[in-house]
Design a protein around this ligand. Structure first.
Ligand SMILES: [Zn+2]
Length: 310
């Protein structure tokens, strides 16, 4: 009797409605705790040894990728698997260098520049030892910035995205400031509560785009933004208030798991997700139910964890 009372109290703190009201989230990975099929199957750590004892543990959180863990030890076990899964993805196909037609050649083939203009721009680039070819085509050969951006779009097979009524403050909760800064990403807008437009200046970052997609549960459409417009908007974006973030550096994968476990156990999020972004792991924790596609800044906490290369 006592056991049942405890259990129903725990269930009350985790109503399904908390999850069904989250719009646009990736539902297959965000199953509410009602998927638990029996009294002893509630902890998401498959190796959980606490059995029915965990029913006495009065905790409804943390949740990791939509599943509950009954104790700090089980949280650590879950995170160990999640971290291993993300670290295994390093160097996956999406990051391998894909051959692209050189920008100058592409523009020459399109008839947008002449052979002497290309030679001269390459020479400027060589002499200065810096700057992308597009920069020298614009600066020295009088080629329009729009045309160079269009060529970059062809080179990356991606759209050139407009920058209209950009709202840096509204978009800042989508990802940590560190990623905007370090990887040159610029969230442009959220469309129909389903789609994030993510802009880059001269090259896409498919790894970051995928990470934003997996964290937000929204589809990400990446594209290029004309350089001068991008730079001004990027500078404004970096001045916007971003959600709280903690940067951690771990010496090994087990140390990373321990550090992340500590944070998850302290914050006890109603949900959390971990994705890899290049050499970092990004842990996002939600402390309250969200009401729209853009996270509410005060209800999220980010942790960015890097690992010393082995
Ligand atoms: Zn457990």
């Amino acid at each position: 009797m006592h056991l049942l009372t405890r259990r129903s109290a725990a269930m009350e703190r985790l109503p399904d409605s908390d999850f069904s009201s989250l719009p646009n989230w990736d539902r297959p990975r965000l199953q509410p705790p009602s998927v638990r099929t029996g009294l002893l199957e509630t902890c998401s750590n498959s190796g959980c040894r606490s059995g029915w004892l965990h029913l006495w543990r009065s905790r409804s959180a943390p949740m990791i990728e939509g599943a509950w863990t009954c104790s700090a030890a089980c949280t650590a076990e879950r995170l160990k698997l999640v971290v291993a899964r993300e670290m295994d993805g390093r160097g996956s196909v999406v990051e391998k260098h894909r051959h692209r037609v050189p920008l100058g050649l592409l523009m020459l083939e399109q008839g947008w520049i002449t052979a002497p203009q290309l030679r001269s721009a390459l020479e400027s680039q060589r002499k200065n030892g810096a700057g992308r070819l597009g920069h020298w085509l614009i600066a020295k050969e009088g080629i329009s910035e729009q045309l160079v951006t269009r060529a970059l779009g062809l080179q990356w097979s991606c759209p050139v995205l407009p920058l209209e009524s950009h709202d840096p403050e509204g978009l800042a909760p989508l990802l940590p400031r560190f990623f905007v800064d370090a990887f040159g990403a610029l969230p442009l807008r959220v469309a129909a509560g389903k789609l994030i437009y993510l802009g880059f200046e001269d090259r896409l970052d498919p790894v970051l785009s995928l990470a934003v997609e997996r964290i937000s549960g929204l589809r990400v459409e990446s594209g290029l933004v004309q350089g001068s417009l991008f730079q001004a908007a990027h500078t404004r974006m970096l001045q916007a208030p971003f959600p709280h973030v903690e940067l951690l550096e771990a010496v090994s994968e087990p140390a990373m798991v321990r550090a992340l476990t500590r944070r998850v156990e302290q914050v006890r999020p109603i949900d959390s997700r971990i994705v890899r972004v290049h050499d970092c792991l990004w842990l996002r924790m939600w402390t309250r139910t969200q009401t729209g596609p853009l996270p509410e800044p005060s209800s999220i906490q980010d942790v960015i964890c890097t690992i010393a290369l082995r």
